[in-house]
Design a protein around this ligand. Structure first.
Ligand SMILES: C[S@@+](CC[C@H](N)C(=O)[O-])C[C@H]1O[C@@H](n2cnc3c(N)ncnc32)[C@H](O)[C@@H]1O
Length: 283
């Protein structure tokens, strides 16, 4: 899916079950990235986590991972969508962490700082910061609620996306490159580099780390995820690809769903771990 789909879904029509399931699957397939980011955050923290925030929490994979990793923490989960927060509440209950989780339906572009406790230990923003109108302001507000020594973790998609095989299993050479090229022209994967904005907002030690993430169609979740991607891209690229390529893309989607096509998508996740310094450094 592209950002356009996300914005469309969130701002105009509410979230479809299919979209929420896609978000869940995306998070499931990135479990290792999440646990690696939690390891790095835990290493950067000088005290146990009592309060954590999940900004743009969606269906709750970050919230649940935070609550599990830090059993003494209360996790405040902020999102524009009350529907997604309902799913988050159910996910927290299924994971046995409902008592630690506090959902807040809120627009991150408003001032949300009064809704959450002061002295936050850990702020988590996964695939959400690029959605807000003024990310610098959100970074500043997150800094203002963090305690000195508190840690911010930001995750985004990496810029590159590689699809294999070259014909996506359809016998049309170069189809994969034409799809990724068309998506790039539409600004997908949508991402941002937060290294400079983090320093400008007053964080220190903003370390950026890239992890590759490969999703393969040879397992149920990978196949369902990739088929949904291809279907959304078919719509996004309707004006870009030739009609033969569009037909081939539908064929690839069908074969992935049927379990008869060995397609992989390799992207990455970039994770920044940044700290609120003991002494203010904002430029
Ligand atoms: C791609 S999803 C990521 C969800 C979750 N963090 C994850 O990693 O699976 C982006 C989330 O940001 C939320 N979002 C976008 N703009 C927002 C805003 N202005 N205020 C609050 N939430 C917002 C959306 O509702 C959506 O749940």
């Amino acid at each position: 899916m592209t950002d356009r789909d996300t914005d469309h879904a969130s701002h105009h029509h509410g979230f479809s079950d299919a979209f929420a399931e896609h978000l869940d699957r995306e998070a499931l397939l990135a479990t290792d990235v999440t646990s690696g980011a939690l390891d790095r955050a835990a290493a950067a923290l000088d005290r146990p986590v009592r309060t954590a925030l999940d900004l743009g929490a969606g269906t709750g994979p970050g919230t649940v991972a935070l609550a599990r990793r830090f059993p003494d923490a209360q996790v405040h989960s902020l999102d524009l969508s009350a529907e997604l927060l309902d799913r988050l509440t159910s996910a927290a209950a299924r994971a046995g962490v409902a008592g630690q989780v506090h959902p807040h339906p809120v627009d991150l572009d408003d001032d949300w700082t009064k809704l959450v406790p002061a002295g936050v230990d850990l702020v988590w923003a996964s695939l959400s910061l690029h959605h807000v109108i003024d990310p610098a302001l959100v970074l500043q507000r997150a800094l203002s609620v963090l305690r000195p020594g508190g840690v911010l973790v930001v995750t985004e998609m990496s810029e590159s996306i590689v699809l294999e095989p070259d014909d996506l299993g359809t016998g049309r050479p170069g189809l994969a490159d034409r799809v990724t090229g068309g998506l790039a022209a539409l600004g997908h994967p949508s991402t941002a580099d937060w290294t400079v904005p983090l320093a400008k907002a007053g964080y220190v030690g903003a370390q950026r780390e890239l992890t590759d993430l490969t999703v393969a169609s040879d397992n149920t979740d990978g196949a369902a995820y990739l088929a949904t991607q291809l279907s959304a891209w078919h719509n996004n690229l309707a004006q870009t690809l030739s009609s033969d390529d569009l037909i081939a893309l539908k064929t690839a989607e069908r074969e992935i769903r049927a379990g008869s096509s060995p397609v992989t998508q390799t992207t990455g996740r970039v994770v920044w771990i940044a700290v609120r310094p003991e002494v203010e450094t904002r430029k």
